[in-house]
Design a protein around this ligand. Structure first.
Ligand code: MN
Length: 234
């Protein structure tokens, strides 16, 4: 079986709840479509769980793109005023990240021993830009946010990471007649005209699976591509 979930944002308890619901087996594959870190309380526990399970395929999200260069800086012990010594561009990247929910990630990361911090950074570097699967004869492309600079003739391999992690899909417009694109990044509560906010959204050859795990009216969700079955953490 192939499962997909997205935008866990530090919600380790919800993550475990969903894994229990699937009863995931070694021969199953779980795609996690990015934004594992930031906002919620326990991103490092999720990353360590993912690292320990080779049937989990991590796809990069914009929060990993923001976090990675900054976490590299935080592998060694740093003093309180280390930010003052950074070159302006590096300082700006750090400041941008702190505007995007980095606090929990920084706090959780700094609790790890240095060796584990190094391992987490190495693991995050290994996140893939996208996934591709054929299930029951149906082709699926799995990405964090969508296909910016879209062209029908472009192969998935030709999109840059920036194209795949930041865009907002117009879910009323299909990308393809045949391929289904599975995406996170935009909570289904924010999809215009969606009459089932907080549930997985399926229309126009899109499957949107971010159900806003960190929101008070949201939860972590997952889908099984083989059965179409949806799973919700609460
Ligand atoms: Mn995102």
């Amino acid at each position: 079986m192939i499962y997909a979930m997205s935008d866990i944002h530090g919600q380790y308890e919800q993550f475990l709840t969903l894994l229990e619901q699937f009863g995931i087996r070694k021969e199953d594959t779980l795609y996690i479509l990015g934004d594992v870190v930031d906002r919620g309380p326990e991103p490092m526990k999720i990353l360590k769980y993912m690292m320990a399970h080779s049937n989990i395929i991590p796809i990069i999200g914009n929060h990993e793109v923001m976090a990675l260069p900054n976490l590299k800086l935080l592998v060694p012990e740093v003093s309180r005023n280390f930010l003052d010594k950074l070159p302006p561009k590096v300082y700006q990247d750090f400041a941008d990240w702190t505007q995007n929910g980095s606090t929990s990630t920084i706090q959780d990361f700094r609790k790890l021993p240095q060796e584990e911090r190094h391992q987490v950074v190495q693991y995050m570097k290994s996140f893939r830009p996208y996934g591709k699967e054929i299930v029951n004869g149906q082709e699926y492309w799995l990405v964090h946010a969508g296909l910016d600079h879209f062209s029908e003739t472009k192969r998935l391999e030709e999109y840059s990471v920036e194209d795949l992690v930041w865009t907002r899909i117009d879910y009323e417009i299909p990308y393809f007649d045949d391929i289904i694109v599975v995406s996170g990044h935009t909570p289904t509560q924010n999809i215009l005209g969606n009459n089932r906010p907080g549930y997985i959204f399926k229309a126009n050859h899109h499957i949107a699976i971010d159900c806003g795990a960190g929101k008070s009216n949201g939860r972590l969700a997952a889908i099984c591509l083989d059965t179409g079955k949806e799973y919700y953490a609460r």
